[in-house]
Ligand binder design. Sequence first.
Ligand SMILES: O=P(O)(O)O[C@H]1[C@H](O)[C@@H](O)[C@H](O)[C@H](O)[C@@H]1O
Ligand SMILES: [Mg+2]
Length: 287
Amino acid sequence: MGDPWLSAYDAALRVARKAGAVIRDAGEKEIKVCTKSSTVDLVTKTDERVEKIIIGALREQFPDHCFIGEESVAKGEPCNLTDKPTWIIDPVDGTTNFVHGFPFVAVSIAFAVNKELEFGVVYSCLENKMYRGRNGKGAFCDDEKIEVSDVKDIHKSIIISEHGTDRSCEKVEKIFSTMKKILCIPVHGLRGSGTAATNMCLVACGAVEAFFEIGIHCWDIAAGAVIVKEAGGVLLDVNGGPFDLMSRRMVSANNMVIAERIIKEIEIFPADRDDAPIKKITKFCKK
Ligand SMILES: O=P(O)(O)O[C@H]1[C@H](O)[C@@H](O)[C@H](O)[C@H](O)[C@@H]1O
Ligand SMILES: [Mg+2]
């Protein structure tokens, strides 16, 4: 049998580039900002427009496929991963960065069949870097093959995490307590690009050893998960168990030694699963 998902992969690359160009253009103009689940969970017309462009183009070519998109889910569409061919899309990963002109913004498109991720494309559109990975076929940044770092000594590592968009003090305390413990191991440094998709690509290309977060969504990490795995890295749950795309928690690392060392320090807090019963999110826009 040939390569059943090659045309889907090519379509993902094409539409990611197109989406990135729309985001770059929109960043030059005035950006009207609305909020979703909290006052720091930002959304713009560009997020919605780009998601429509991506899903519109893919649906035209693949009318039988299913779609999970960040902005569609916010409007009340289901977020269930079934065995059917399913696209998992974050049109603008790093919306806060986009709004502020902080230069890491990514289009993230993944494709799963039988609940297995087949490929992932992360277009870091302000840097103009196309990261991509296909199951069993390696990971690339533009035309260059990428690999995770070979560092096993946590003391020689850089670790990424993020603060997320839930600012309840209890959670923020746990996030900072975890970060403090990791910093005091000590590691070489802690970083955060503001986009989970880009963070995972930084793990994949060996710039950092690990990225972990609780509270991310499947669309933030699905494409990055393929890229990390294909670059030789590992994906785990924050409790050391198997990675679960819908669980809203993840550790991605260059190897098990680094992953398990970080996991020892992570203070876990609850996050509702992505496939929990649907809650439409009310959007607030200032007049
Ligand atoms: O909402 P977008 O798509 O910009 O993505 C999120 C990031 O990817 C997270 O890592 C990050 O922690 C934030 O939750 C951020 O919202
Ligand atoms: Mg995102």
